[in-house]
Design a protein around this ligand. Sequence first.
Ligand SMILES: CC(C)(COP(=O)(O)OP(=O)(O)OC[C@H]1O[C@@H](n2cnc3c(N)ncnc32)[C@H](O)[C@@H]1OP(=O)(O)O)[C@@H](O)C(=O)NCCC(=O)NCCS
Length: 149
Amino acid sequence: MNILIQDLKVWQVREAAEIVREIWGNEPAEKVIDEMNEMFGKSKFPPHYFVALDDLQIVGFTGLRTCLIFPDTYECIWINVKPEYQGRGIGRLLNEARLNKIKELGGNVTWVMTKNLKFFGSFGFLSIREYDDGWHLMELKTGEVKFTN
Ligand SMILES: CC(C)(COP(=O)(O)OP(=O)(O)OC[C@H]1O[C@@H](n2cnc3c(N)ncnc32)[C@H](O)[C@@H]1OP(=O)(O)O)[C@@H](O)C(=O)NCCC(=O)NCCS
């Protein structure tokens, strides 16, 4: 297995969305196609996605976007690895690429909504609020948020 992490390309959107279909079902899979296509649209603040490739096959993806309610803050959107590829370090590689990108963009605070405290905890995220069914809002703070735009 030789895993490569790359920026998502527009022609890879549908293949990446199939991973969502497999894990989360049809409705989220259709929604994620629109979300991913925003990366290639005219938005001033497009999301950014990475894919994990094994040879030419997409085996995982992740995304991030600017959180517009505050400067220097970012939101993690999706991280999914194909079930048969889970537990082999691919999620870690994807999340590292995502956090490096947020750092490069000048992010100081990153939020994620997740049930996976152990995975995100291992990157330094702390739970700041617990919701129903085991969902947690987690935060990674790497610098001070500026209070001006
Ligand atoms: C969560 C997910 C992205 C992790 O990717 P992965 O490739 O399986 O994870 P890795 O092999 O890189 O493991 C990274 C670390 O997280 C831990 N981990 C991974 N999945 C875990 C889980 N479900 N529960 C607890 N710990 C987990 C591993 O033990 C590992 O720790 P280590 O590096 O100290 O050994 C993947 O399992 C997945 O797609 N799950 C289904 C979708 C999902 O739950 N997404 C997250 C929603 S926010």
